[in-house]
Design a protein around this ligand. Structure first.
Ligand code: AMP
Length: 422
């Protein structure tokens, strides 16, 4: 008896049907290709990690750790979390495999699936995809600039046109401590006007108040001290150099002194790329330098800089412009009308597919007319028809579905006729 219950996908998750999956795959191919050209090697980490890894790196006070993680206990009672971001797992792997041995810099990238229990909305899912890169080992400004240029190049190659790159520096520890103190002193008299979250952050992580979405708080913050005024000479020189390198690479940017970003581990450079085409959730990419993280996770002190970009949001920004570019040149349909002809058709389809063509085959034993209709629906360029007569003459009728013209072709010549262009 058929069950009444209809299963639905979980809120905030999404099925990628073939067309959308093809767009995703095509974006992935571009990402792998550019990463390769820039000398970054792919890393794949497990779907879950010890919960503490994220708590220690991303920060207890961050939105991710305080409310968005999918956390569960396994049978031994260990607390595990589905990865909500990739920098911490990649750094865990970097330390675990001693990837920094020898002293050269290590350049890694990923394209992965992430999980965050956020309120779903346009451009915000509970399971989504990110790609990102981490350049580990260099403290220098050219590395920050290269990372920014890398994501800018990928977004451009994917077809994103009007994006805005926001950059800022939140300084190294000393500058940031001085700024933190000034910010607390500035906000203290207004404490009662702040939201509950901001009041708590005033104690735990006052910089995060700068990220506040509340209009009243943003108005109040207009008069707040600016972090750039607290940078020491070295921080300032680093920041100026990053901007200079970006200019030399023709990468336009705007300075955004309010941008501190939501994660705890950033030092010096922070950046974000936004698009006007994706609604309220307008960030396509975020990143920055994190010189303390590897040491905080138990490794040797090693500077690093990286970014992460959301693929669903990029596809949203591209809208109609995205096309899957991985279609092979010939889209063919093999139609057969008898049992023997079907045997022949299966073999012909295999030979043509082995050359890189896309070949559809009808397994419903429908009439020739129905198969031709199907070939048209699928946008095939040609239908290769095999019937009783063709079996006798070891040939096939090749029908062009655009012109309607049809010719008889020996079976042995089909492969040469449909050789995909390089
Ligand atoms: P973050 O790791 O929060 O800095 O995010 C980096 C990028 O990932 C963002 O700029 C978005 O493009 C994307 N992203 C973050 N959270 C989500 C989400 N819940 N759904 C879809 N994309 C997301």
């Amino acid at each position: 008896m058929a069950s009444e219950k209809q299963f639905k996908s979980i809120k905030g998750t999404k099925d990628l049907l073939p067309e959308e999956a093809a767009r995703m795959r095509s974006a992935g191919a571009t990402i792998h290709n550019v990463m390769n050209c820039w000398g970054y090697g792919e890393i794949r980490t497990p779907v879950f990690e010890q919960t503490e890894l994220f708590a220690r790196s991303v920060g207890e006070e961050s939105d991710i750790v305080s409310k968005q993680m999918y956390t569960f206990s396994d049978q031994s009672g260990t607390s595990l979390t589905l990865k909500p971001e990739l920098t911490a797992p990649v750094m865990r792997a970097y330390i675990e495999h001693d990837m920094g041995r020898g002293g050269a810099s290590t350049k890694l990238y990923y394209l992965d699936t992430l999980f965050r229990q956020e309120r779903p909305q346009k451009g915000r899912l509970r399971q989504f995809h990110q790609f990102g890169a981490e350049a580990i080992g260099s403290p220098h400004s050219e590395q920050d600039a290269e990372i920014v240029a890398l994501v800018y190049t990928i977004l451009t190659e994917l077809g994103i046109e009007d994006m805005t790159l926001h950059i800022n520096s939140i300084g190294s520890d000393d500058s940031r401590n001085a700024f933190r103190q000034a910010l607390v002193e500035f906000l203290a008299p207004y404490k009662k006007d702040l939201s509950e979250t901001s009041q708590r952050r005033l104690e735990t992580n006052p910089l995060r108040i700068l990220d506040s979405k509340s209009e009243d708080e943003q108005e109040l913050l207009q008069g707040a001290p600016a972090i750039l005024d607290y940078l020491d000479d070295e921080d300032l020189a680093h920041y100026e150099d990053v901007k200079h390198f970006l200019e030399r690479m023709n990468i336009p940017y705007t300075e955004n002194k309010m941008m501190v970003r939501g994660l705890d581990y950033y030092t010096r450079t922070t950046f974000e790329i936004t698009s006007p085409h994706v609604g309220a959730q307008d960030a396509l990419c975020g990143g920055g330098r994190y010189d303390n993280l590897i040491e905080d996770l138990g490794g040797k002190r090693t500077p690093a800089v990286g970014f992460a970009a959301g693929i669903e949001r990029i596809l949203l920004a591209l809208g109609e412009k995205t096309q899957s570019t991985d279609e092979s040149k010939n889209l063919l349909y093999v139609a057969a009308t008898t049992h023997e002809a079907r045997e022949q058709a299966l073999t012909v389809a295999m030979i043509l597919r082995a050359q890189g063509n896309t070949v559809h085959f009808d397994a419903l034993r429908r009439s020739l007319k129905a198969q031709l209709r199907d070939a048209n629906r699928l946008n095939a360029s040609h239908c290769i028809i095999i019937g009783e007569d063709e079996m006798k003459s070891k040939s096939a009728q090749v029908k062009s579905l655009s012109s309607g013209e049809q010719e008889s072709v020996p079976i042995d010549s089909l492969a040469a006729l449909f050789m995909p262009q390089q």
